[in-house]
Design a protein around this ligand. Sequence first.
Ligand code: IMP
Length: 421
Amino acid sequence: MSKLIAIVGAQWGDEGKGKIVDVFGENADLFVRYAGGANAGHTLYVAGEKIVLHNLPSGIVRRDAKNVVGPYVACDLEVVQHELALAARFRSSVDFDPRAPVVLPIHKAIDRGRERALGAAAVGTTNRGIGPCYEDFAARRGITLSDVADGRVGDKLRAGGYYAERVAVCAHLGETPMTLDETVAWAEPFAYLLQPHLDDVAMLVTCYARDPKSTIVFEGAQGMMLDVIAGNRPYCTSSLTGIAAIQASFGLTPDRVIGVTKAYATRVGGGPFPSELEGPVGDELRQRGLEYGATTGRPRRVGWLDLPALAFACRMGSVTELVINKLDVLSGYPEFQLATGYLLNGKRVSPNDTLTTPLLNGAEAKYHVFCGWHEEISTCRVREQLPEAARAYLAYIQHVLGLPVTGIGVGPNRDDIIWDG
Ligand code: IMP
């Protein structure tokens, strides 16, 4: 049996998925990026060098590794160009599905303009044009990688007045986008870049999946709480973030769905965050965890781990096991907290309730206080080496979620992990 492993975010993104993809990378035959775009930022440390990837799978920084980008990944061509050069450095290969949507400069203008128009109610997007790009994708228009490679951009932009309509949206938002001709000229140089990399990726993934000896790692972006359906609309991204995207793109259902969380919680952008810590307590956690966006550099909102949200994300994401990253960040707290439930209008929220935005907006988090530990844990490599208080915390989470915790991140480096998987 081939092994199909999905790495899925179990919070609001930024859980450290890249590191876990990297751990599985040792035995992977194929790395697949299946959703999202350059809104993602996957940080890796390779031989001491910090590398942040946005659009291509984390496998590109593995020597000779085979990587593919699926038909549901929003491709930012400047970022793709940069990351293909990186892949060449590592002699790794990258193939793209020709159907993948391209983020156009006008998508970024619309994203920017919409956020400005929303004012205080802004989503807090990454300004990478992701929403408007997926909007066109769902509307069965927009530019694909093969349109760029085959020089069809102008014709596609003219069809049905598509580009003119988008320009009108920009005018309404007070944005001055590239003209149609400028967009065609912008896309042109990327044709040569893309041509050698376009292939029938879905077929390729199927072939690997049918090979009983192969292991495929599917790399997610963002997290289930930012999913366009399960997440807190409108404070979410515009794509599916879980295995539904893998099923739709490749007709495959992973055997293992590894939900990745941090030992505490973070969120970037607007939207409800019931366990958020503000003021000096929040500042301290942000500093300890160095919680600044890998894509935008924005300080992340921080809070204690939110167990109801994590349970919901695991349920919606069909998660089969959990990795808890950055446990070392909690070292040194005399005590810390875990949100174990919510009250809404004085009533306890059931663990089976759907965590909608109105529910989370009104939710008051109830906490369980845990004893901390002061020991440095980044050299621990088996669970038994962890302080008892840390083990008690993990056991509690494991018990409530009913899922095995198979990995525990104890530091930023590739090897700083306790692995039971
Ligand atoms: P967009 O995906 O840029 O449209 O942003 C929509 C929301 O998702 C905003 O709150 C972003 O901060 C958030 N978001 C998008 N990508 C990521 C990510 O990779 N990590 C964390 N938050 C993200």
